[in-house]
Write a protein that binds this ligand. Structure first.
Ligand code: SF4
Length: 649
């Protein structure tokens, strides 16, 4: 039997065919019909089913007793959690409780989890989208109307130029490479901006090796050059945008000469970049290299360039956000502490939700997950497939906070580093053991089908959430289709239908089923795009650590190491000239330290990394003892890609 599904790893959302024999998945094959992946899969996707059969799945509800966990029944688990949670809410109020979810869950699961929080009277809800692309969502929503990619990866071959900032698609989103290869075959140009000569940078027509976190300076200086040389789209600016004069005034201070000094990129390359993007159509795309260093303002600076050159809302032009996890776009769309799924957090939207939910949510903004975990006074936290004890920066602070809680409930399939701090662990069904929808990085929403039963007493999250809600007197559906129909009523997903979502050969994008958004108008209140001038902030000096991905690994590697890939050692890549200056050589063991902590790593020398910068893979979470929890002021996203460090032998 073949069951259609979507790869559980990255935001490309490749279509897969699960071959099921005797109630077990035996093979994963690429779905040749899938509208984006078109029969391609990377190494991770092809072994995606293996972690389902890991020996250390959590099979029963577990309760902490001293240092140990003991098996309890579902009935006991739900009853005890209800009593404890009720006591905490009575004593400290509902805002002492937080609900934070990962981005592997389906749209229906994150929606129900968020709704449960609000049913209990708290807006402390968030997802791991906070730590990656919330800066993108904030900037895009405010400037264009929707906090998501304006175009699709399938449009890449239609572009004359593709700009990739702070992302290596060859490592992080491998299946997209087919479109980039096609772009180049057709004569299109690829520009890559990164402090590291990554896999994708190696095939770039123009590679800009940029000093970390100086992107805003580069983009503003390029804007000034384009304006000064008449290389802008005046008609587009006049007819479809607001705020150009303010923007022009701000960028007029940014010169190519200073950009060369600040970014480290030679002047002639900056000018070549400016000239290349003054054409049409151009796609501007970016990854965590931009959001986890320059934050929301970094994204604004790049989006401003797309508006300046009239490259939004056209065939082959637009903006692509390289989202990390399978449903991180969807989680970010539906779950935020300061916004409701149907719009602003105000009385009007709360009353609209009451019509559908039967209760009115509170209208006081809650805490982001980073605010919650770094020094809040929350007493109880629910974490759903979320592993911040491993994935968050400054791990010691996170560990201390998790161990201080009166109640920590972890819904997960494995005994993760985070689950070890829990009072209760509720075993969850994994992706192929249930059904529901996920949103890819280019707004494609597809329905996953159930292939096999979960092991032991593991249950789909919708059932767990509905049980908890029922204890508090709320009637939540645990049927994924019913929940999807409900979330359509109160969110940006209202245009979707099951026929298109379940047929992988058809496009099924929101908020319009079109690869390209904003062809006629922007989805802002006035229908215009808005320039947002931003300034380059002052940067701390010193050796800068940045982190990134490796092609066969994935985030905290919980799934990957259970799929047969070995754990990744902690290595730090530095330029040979820095190594000479520091008196270290290839293979040495060094201590990397920051103001937050330290870790031991093996040195690897590489000319691919620019001088003054060190690189480590994010998958070995020891590095998160070094990465600090400095947050982007606006989005509260950690700056994983700008950490001042010392390295010593
Ligand atoms: Fe899965 Fe991403 Fe690889 Fe596609 S590119 S198979 S979605 S990990």
């Amino acid at each position: 039997m073949i069951v259609k599904s979507i790869c559980p790893f990255c935001g490309v959302g490749c279509g897969i065919d699960l071959e099921v024999e005797g109630g077990k998945i035996v093979r994963v094959l690429p779905d040749k019909t899938h509208v984006v992946s078109k029969g391609h899969l990377c190494g991770k996707g092809s072994v995606a089913f293996k972690s389902l059969y890991a020996e250390d799945r959590v099979l029963y509800p577990l309760k902490r007793e001293g240092e140990k966990f003991v098996r309890i029944s579902w009935k006991e688990a739900i009853e005890e959690i209800y009593i404890k949670l009720n006591d905490i809410i009575k004593k400290y109020g509902p805002f002492s409780v937080g609900f934070y979810g990962g981005c592997q869950n389906t749209l229906e699961e994150v929606y129900s989890f968020m709704k449960l929080a609000r049913a209990l009277g708290t807006n402390n809800v968030d997802s791991c989208a906070r730590v990656c692309h919330d800066p993108s969502a904030i900037a895009l929503k405010e400037m264009l109307g929707v906090g998501a990619s304006s175009t699709s990866v399938v449009q890449i071959p239609k572009a004359k130029v593709l700009v990739i900032a702070g992302e290596s698609t060859t490592e992080s989103h491998p299946v997209i490479s087919q479109y980039i290869v096609e772009l180049k075959r057709k004569g299109g140009k690829l520009i890559v901006i990164d402090p590291r000569l990554t896999g994708i940078a190696k095939i770039a027509d123009l590679y800009l090796q940029i000093s970390p976190s100086t992107d805003i300076y580069l983009f503003n200086a390029v804007a000034n050059y384009l304006i000064s040389n008449g290389l802008i789209d005046e008609n587009f600016i006049k007819q479809r945008t607001e705020g150009f004069e303010d923007y022009k005034r701000v960028v007029s201070k940014y010169s190519i000469e200073d950009a060369e000094k600040i970014t480290g990129i030679p002047r002639e390359k900056i000018i070549e970049f400016a000239k290349l993007i003054s054409q049409k159509p151009v796609i501007f795309s970016w990854g965590l290299g931009l959001t986890q260093s320059s934050g929301a303002n970094g994204v604004r600076a790049l989006v401003n360039l797309a508006l300046l050159t009239g490259n939004v809302g056209i065939e082959g032009g637009g903006l692509i956000v390289y989202r990390g996890q399978a449903n991180v776009q969807g989680s970010g769309d539906l779950v935020k502490p300061n916004v409701f799924p149907n719009g602003k957090m105000d009385e009007l939207h709360a009353l609209q939700l009451k019509e559908v939910w039967g209760f009115k949510p509170p209208i006081q903004p809650g805490k982001t997950v980073t605010e919650a975990l770094y020094g809040s006074n929350l007493k109880a936290i629910f974490l759903m497939n979320f592993n911040p004890a491993k994935s968050f920066p400054n791990r010691k602070v996170v560990e201390k906070f998790l161990s201080s809680l009166d109640l920590l409930v972890v819904i997960d399939s494995f005994m993760t580093e985070t689950a070890k701090f829990a009072h209760y662990i509720l075993p969850a069904a994994m992706w192929a053991e249930k059904e529901g929808s996920v949103t890819s990085l280019d707004r494609l929403v597809k329905w996953r089908f159930k292939a096999v039963n979960p092991p032991g007493e593991a249950r789909p999250e919708l059932e767990i959430i509905a049980d908890l809600a029922r204890k508090f007197g709320f009637n939540f559906s645990s049927d994924p289709k019913e929940v999807f129909n409900e979330l359509k009523e109160v969110s940006i997903y209202s245009n979707l239908n099951f026929g298109e979502m379940t047929d992988y050969s058809l496009p099924s994008r929101y908020p319009q089923n079109d690869e390209v958004l904003y062809r006629e108008k922007f989805l802002t209140e006035d229908g215009k795009a808005h320039f947002r001038p931003v300034e380059q902030p002052k940067l701390s000096k010193g050796m800068i650590l940045i982190t990134g991905r490796e092609v066969t690994h994935y985030n905290t590697d919980e799934l990957i190491v259970r799929s047969g890939f070995p754990e990744i050692p902690l290595e730090v890549f530095i330029n040979p000239e820095d190594a000479t200056r520091l008196g270290i050589k290839e293979g040495d063991e060094v201590e990397i330290s920051s103001k937050c902590g330290s870790a031991k790593a093996r040195v690897r020398l590489s000319r691919d990394i620019m001088r003054g910068v060190a690189f480590a893979y994010m998958h070995n979470a020891e590095i998160n003892y070094v990465v600090c929890n400095d947050l982007d002021e606006e989005s509260k996203t950690p700056k994983f890609k700008y950490i001042v460090i010392n390295i010593r032998k």
